[in-house]
Structure formats: C-alpha cells, structure tokens
Design a protein around this ligand. Structure first.
Ligand SMILES: *Cc1c(COP(=O)(O)O)cnc(C)c1O
Length: 446
C-alpha cells in the first residue's frame, strides 16, 4: 500500500482533498495558472528537498552535492536549448525574486528604471509604487494607449528624457503580442538594458506560439509555473546580445541571486523545472501552445458575439481582458464572485485608463492555459463564453459606489443575493458536467 497522508495528518489531508476536488470540478481560467504533470509533482514531493546546496554547480559551499549538480546542470542545459540563450540561472525562488536579482545586477539604488504601469497590464515588480522596485529605484512607468496597446511614442519620449538604466518589457495582463523589436530599438537608442519578463508567455515562446525575445533583449526572466506548466519557480537568462553589451552580465546575475538575495536553492523545484522543460521541448507541447491560442481566440469570439467588450477587441495569446465599463465602473468584483459561485475561476483586473481603482477594478482577466491542459477545445470555449456573458449580464445591475460605507453595504447585499441566484446555480451544474468529461488527476491519492 502506498503511503496515505490521510492516515497521517487528517486535518491537512482533508483541506488538500477539498482543493483537489475544487480543481477537478471547476473551470480554472486564471491565465497565470496551469495543471502540472504527475512527473512534475513527483519531483516536487521528493527527497531533493532535504539538501542544502548554496553556490552553483561544481562550486558549492557544502559537501554532498554531486547529484544535485547533475540535476541543476540538466535544468540549465534544457533552458538554454528551449530559449536559445547563452547563460541560465534556475535558482530564483519565483518570478518576483528573479526580477529583483535583475535590478541588483544592473542598477544601483536610486537608478532610473522603466516598466509598463501596473494598471495598464504591467507587473508589480516593474516599478509599481508599493514594490521594492519603486522603493529602491526611481520608477518612471510607461503606459498603454486608450486602445489597450503599449504607447511606444510615450515610452520613447520618456526614455530619452529620463535615460533609464533598465527597461522592462513583458506584462501580466496584456492580451497582445509583445513587440520585442520595438522595445529593443528604444532601449538601444538610450543605452539601457532591456529585460524581457516572459513570465506569462514562456510556454508559448518555447512552443512557437509567440515570438522569442532572444535576439532583442539582454536579459530574460520567467516564472516556470504559468504557460510553461512547471513548478512554482523562476529563471533568469542572459542572451548573446546581453553578453555582448556586458561580458560580466552573467556573473553579475549569478552573484545577485546568490549571495545577493538568496541562500540555498530549492533543489526539488530545480528537478521539477528540468522535467517541465523536458516536456516543453517535446512536439506535443507545440500542439498544446497552438491550441491555447486557438482556444483564447474562440473564447474571445464567443464573448464578443454575446455582447461583451474586450480590451484591444481580442487576443494574440493565452489571455483576454474583459472591459466591463459599458455596464458601469468598478464592477469586476461582482463578476468575479458570481463566476466563482458558478465554478468559473477568474480574477478581477484593472483595464487601461481604469476609471475605478486596483481594489475595485472594471475588468476581468481570464485565459485558456489550464483548460487547454484538460483537453478542452474551441467548441467548449464557445459554450463557456456564453455562460460567462450570461453571468456578467446577470450581475451588472449592481452598482459599485465610491463612498466607503455605501460600498460595504452594496457588496454585502450582492453577496447575500448572489448565493440564491438561479442562473448562477444552473450554470454551476453545467460547469460540473463539462468538467466530468475532461477529467483531471483521475487516479490521484493524497
Ligand atoms: C507572475 C509574474 C511575475 C511574478 O511571479 P511570482 O512567481 O508570482 O513572483 C513576474 N512578472 C510577471 C510579468 C508575471 O506575470
């Protein structure tokens, strides 16, 4: 008999079992999430977590790292092949620490940096005011135009004026292709490092469903748990162009990760990253990423046909941003919660020229990587799009007041009423039936 966590720690096992059931019976549409393979899970839950291996392969501070070195070397080789880069560091604990290491490697505290503004689709770590990236560096954000696309004219003007050390491209809520060539032109013109943060799209890039930044950026960072479909982790890469700009760049990156920011690497995660990269280098992964984009486009069509407005009017990648402003401002929370009750998991999100705030935004971000992993295709997307539209139209009568007290009351009233909403309940049942036809982790035992 295999070891059962349930017999050992029933409290935590039962919470985990409920989460497993939630994942199996609902539609996971948060575009930064995915379902990893059993092989990735196996490596994550392995004895590699026991080891300390501060330092880098063949230059460790502790003994006993012979086999850990093999694991890390394989991960690095696979990443080099997958992304066509010169240098790879697989030790960052996640995407945010990876980005912080890029700052440490390229800037001094107080230096000027530029990134896409958070409420226009950028990431916290690209210079948003509450993040270390804006507290320790001087952040000059660039923006999206009202149509949702990056405003390159503004970016160039700001870059010429402020002469940043580092410019970030890449985003967390951007439904269109990242135009690496245009960013490179501006970064090169002002002599800045260009860092491409491909956290969301790294899987698409390996699979050929999105252009690669390898010939345009000096540095590339990514998470490993989004479209790449690996464990939670981060990778930093230096391109050939990066080495040409600064022959010390790879060393600087390594020193920034360890000992600059981190201690011992998570070797079990490194093994799981290697496995995920191995999976991503297989031909099936190309089909997977192509299907992600096909599904995303089919979902966009379905939503539009059902009267829902999208930022940029569509998508080139794995995600869509619904613009709820035709129904009023600040209604993302209502839609997110109603969809949650229907078994459809998405997140509320700001939209370009957000009329409300990041806490009560006017958009919904959703995507197809996880559903595509389950095997769903265009036909399912069409159905799901119509369900989402139905729910949106069902809750847009709720207004989100600006006044704090009134807002509290409005949210409370919504939460009470939505539980008994018949339409939401009917769609919840249909979602359950659809999920049964696309089983997930069928034989999993906790
Ligand atoms: C998700 C994301 C990150 C951060 O990843 P964490 O692992 O959550 O720290 C960084 N940059 C972008 C663009 C992201 O989308």
């Amino acid at each position: 008999m295999a070891f059962s966590l349930k017999d050992y720690d029933v409290e935590i096992a039962e919470a985990m079992e409920r989460e497993l059931r939630r994942q199996q019976t609902g539609l996971e549409m948060i575009p930064s999430e995915n379902f990893v393979s059993e092989a990735v899970l196996k490596a994550m839950g392995s004895i590699l977590t026991n080891k300390y291996s501060e330092g880098y392969s063949h230059k460790r501070y502790y003994g006993g790292n012979e086999f850990i070195d093999q694991v890390e070397d394989i991960a690095i080789e696979r990443a080099k092949k997958a992304f066509n880069v010169e240098h790879v560091n697989v030790q960052p604990y996640s995407g945010s620490p990876a980005n912080l290491a890029v700052y440490m490697a390229t800037c001094k505290p107080g230096d000027t940096i530029m990134g896409l503004n958070l409420t226009d689709g950028g990431h916290l770590t690209h210079g948003w005011k509450v993040s270390a990236s804006a507290i320790f560096y001087r952040s000059v954000p660039y923006h999206a135009k009202p149509d949702g696309y990056v405003d390159f004219e503004e970016l160039r003007k700001l870059a010429l004026e402020h002469k940043p050390k580092l410019i970030w491209c890449g985003a967390t809520a951007y439904p269109r292709e990242i135009e690496f060539d245009k960013f490179a032109e501006i970064a090169d013109e002002v002599g800045a490092y260009l860092a491409a943060d491909i956290a969301h799209i790294s899987g698409l890039i390996i699979g050929g469903a999105h252009k690669s930044p390898a010939e345009y950026a000096h540095i590339i960072t990514t998470t490993t748990h989004k479209t790449l479909r690996g464990p939670r982790g981060g990778i930093i890469m230096v391109t050939r162009k990066g080495v040409e700009k600064d022959p010390e760049l790879a060393t600087k990156i390594n020193k920034a990760v360890f000992p600059g920011l981190q201690g011992g690497p998570h070797d079990h995660t490194t093994a799981a990253i290697a496995i995920a990269l191995g999976e991503a280098l297989k031909p099936e992964f190309r089909e997977y990423t192509a299907q992600i984009v096909k599904n995303s486009r089919a979902l966009a069509e379905s939503l539009k046909n059902n009267g829902i407005k999208l930022v940029t009017d569509g998508t080139d990648n794995h995600l869509l941003l619904i613009d709820l402003t035709p129904f009023g401002k600040g209604k993302g929370l209502f839609v997110q919660d109603a969809l949650d009750l229907a078994g459809i998991t998405v997140n509320k999100n700001t939209i370009p020229a957000e009329p409300s705030s990041p806490f009560y935004p006017s958009g919904i971000r959703l995507g197809t990587p996880a559903l595509t992993t389950r095997g769903m295709k265009e036909a399912e997307m069409e159905t799901i799009g119509s369900w989402i539209a139905e729910i949106i139209k069902n809750v847009t009568k709720y207004e989100m007041p600006d006044d704090k007290e009134q807002r509290r009351a409005a949210i409370d009233r919504f939460k009470t009423e939505i539980k008994d909403n018949k339409k939401v309940q009917r769609i919840r049942k249909k979602v359950g039936r659809l999920c049964k036809s696309f089983p997930l982790y069928k034989k999993m035992k906790l």
